[in-house]
Design a protein around this ligand. Structure first.
Ligand code: SF4
Length: 320
């Protein structure tokens, strides 16, 4: 199977300015060398605590932020090399679904118009043909066609997320980046939206990057996972392998908070002290060392290189 999305050494730094001349005096390294690939039809999840850089990584992949370094290839095309019309066309192939659909749905537009708009903007369809495509998409996401005459505020949170998903899919994208798409929903509704995303992935041959802090949710939808800490990917593994045996102490701590249904597999919860450090002044050596229960002397002075303990698996830790 070939990779639809290839992310290599992605970096996103934001300048820090100070002084009367507002000169650049430093950089906040929000994404620092993230690499992964996703095969067509698969889901790769980016997980980590709030502030680990996963949302910025997602937005940088889509070039909603200009990358500072590294490369992103979609179906073999280098996105950094695209400008103007080429970039516009590529953007049609990559869509984002956000945590809060209210923020992405114009409250003054009826749902039918909201779904029609991308078709018109990209010159795909208009008039009767566009209406047929809108009706078909509403049915796909489980909404009655007559809902097209209502406004976003007339729907529940789960229905609004269905509308946001429908809008993202109107131009038949190849890649969808879903940023915490179920975090704001009740648990029962979360399940429905996750099932919908899984069904649509199969039906439409979609590929997802799924961003979440919730490892319970991620387990249900992802084929592989990248664990992020302070802008770095500290572990990358297939989902089953990561849940079975996390290698990085940070992954271990995150997964210890996920309840297991099998009593024999329940582990003692690892409580991490402190918060994610400020990315403007990351700790030396391994950036996780101030919070790591397994930190050694070497961790304080030397950055752990990426190791590949088994094919396709990555861990950045001096223990390996
Ligand atoms: Fe912990 Fe050291 Fe591994 Fe970092 S390199 S995760 S501090 S053991």
């Amino acid at each position: 199977m070939s990779a639809l999305l290839e992310v290599e050494g992605l970096q996103k730094h934001f300048p820090v300015r100070s002084g009367v001349f507002n000169r650049i005096t430093g950089a906040i390294r929000v994404v620092e060398g993230v690499s992964f690939s996703v095969d067509k039809g698969k889901t790769f999840a980016l997980v980590g605590e709030s502030g680990c850089g996963k949302t910025t990584a997602g937005r940088t992949i889509l070039r909603l932020h200009e990358p500072t370094g590294g490369s992103v290839r979609l179906a073999g095309v280098d996105l950094a090399a695209l400008e103007g019309e080429g970039l516009r066309t590529a953007r049609r192939d990559m869509q984002m679904v956000f945590q809060n659909p209210f923020g992405s749905l114009n409250p003054r537009m009826k749902v039918g118009k909201l779904l029609e708009e991308p078709l018109v903007v990209h010159g795909i369809a208009s008039g009767k043909r566009a209406q047929e495509m809108v009706d078909a998409m509403m049915e796909k996401v489980g909404l009655a066609a007559e809902f097209g005459r209502r406004y976003p505020h007339q729907f529940s949170g789960g229905q609004r997320q269905r509308i946001a998903i429908a809008r993202a899919l109107m131009c038949s994208p190849k890649l969808v980046i879903a940023d915490e798409p179920v975090s704001a929903l009740d648990v029962s509704i979360q399940s429905q939206i996750l099932n919908l995303l899984v069904d649509l992935r199969t039906e439409l041959g979609l590929t997802y990057v799924f961003i979440s802090h919730d490892l319970n949710v991620v387990r249900r939808i992802s084929d592989a996972i990248g664990v992020m800490y302070l802008g770095r990917l500290v572990e990358r593994a297939e989902t089953g392998a990561l849940y079975e045996r996390p290698l990085h102490p940070y992954s271990e701590a995150l997964l210890s908070a996920v309840p297991s249904l099998e009593p024999s597999k329940r582990k003692e919860r690892i409580i991490l002290s402190g918060d994610v450090p400020n990315p403007a002044s990351p700790p030396p050596g391994c950036v996780f060392h101030p919070r790591c229960p397994k930190a050694m002397e070497v961790c304080r002075r030397s950055v752990p290189p990426d190791k590949e303990p088994s094919p396709g698996r990555l861990v950045a830790c001096h223990l390996y």
